[in-house]
Design a protein around this ligand. Structure first.
Ligand SMILES: [Zn+2]
Length: 249
């Protein structure tokens, strides 16, 4: 049996739809992979409700983006796009996948977001993060064996459509991997603007050249206020804690 805080993977990024992880923290993911950290992305739905593309196309896009970012694994929990809810079935899925990978760090949607699925994912994952440590909330692995309980305090929210209501709690320098982030985002060519791709599909707020410019501008702005070229910001669910100030040295 594993110790309560014993981790296996370094980081898990949870998003409602394939492309959320890349759009919100693709640089941070690329940087962790570059440092040989074990990263897994968990998509809750296949994005089948999306105006553009199909679930089959989005699955291929997610696979290509995962390879560009160098993540070790990517899981799709197959929830119904547009109807993410906190119920027993979905809690079981999220608790089970967290207990399987035991990630030291978890990145997820913030609580206040434009897309209802994003807010509902935040609520669902917060609930699951409580239940992963409860031994009476029993989940089984693929072989039918009970999974060990788990806890982590490293739970952070990435930024998406809305700015955070206060400053981010910390920023990650993604200057050296920003081109990898943008390449991973362009892998989702059914969703975002890529010249010559899916040009006859319906217009969405993500499918314009301006949206791509906004992504770069935000990263550049957060880089600028931190004295680097590009950065991504995060909010911490738990208090930000260091064992010694020497971690800043
Ligand atoms: Zn989304």
């Amino acid at each position: 049996m594993k110790e309560l805080y014993e981790s296996d993977f370094d980081c898990m990024i949870i998003g409602a739809h394939p492309d959320d992880a890349e759009l919100c923290c693709g640089g941070t993911i690329a940087k962790l992979s570059k440092e040989n950290k074990k990263v897994v992305i968990v998509d809750l739905t296949r994005g089948e409700m999306g105006t553009r593309g199909t679930e089959e196309i989005r699955e291929l896009e997610a696979k290509a983006a995962s390879e560009i970012l160098g993540v070790k694994d990517r899981i799709n929990l197959g929830m119904r796009d547009g109807f993410i809810r906190t119920n027993e079935e979905n809690l079981y899925k999220v608790v089970s996948v967290i207990r399987k990978f035991r990630p030291k760090i978890i990145l997820m949607h913030p609580s206040f977001e434009r897309h209802p699925d994003h807010e509902n994912t935040h609520i669902l994952v917060r609930d699951a993060l409580f239940k992963i440590g409860l031994k009476k909330f029993v989940t089984n692995d693929e072989n039918g064996n009970p999974q060990d309980v788990y806890r982590t305090r490293n739970i952070y929210c990435y930024m998406q459509a809305y700015q955070f209501p206060k400053s981010a709690d910390f920023f990650v320098d993604i200057s050296d991997v920003h081109d990898i982030k943008m390449e991973a985002i362009r892998a989702f060519s059914s969703q975002v603007y890529v010249p010559g791709q899916y040009e006859n599909e319906a217009y969405t707020s993500l499918s314009t050249p301006e949206f791509m410019e906004e992504l770069v501008a935000r990263d550049r702005y957060y880089g600028g206020i931190n004295g680097v070229k590009y950065a991504e910001g995060f909010l911490s669910v738990e208090p930000v804690f260091v064992r010694s100030l020497s971690q800043f040295l």
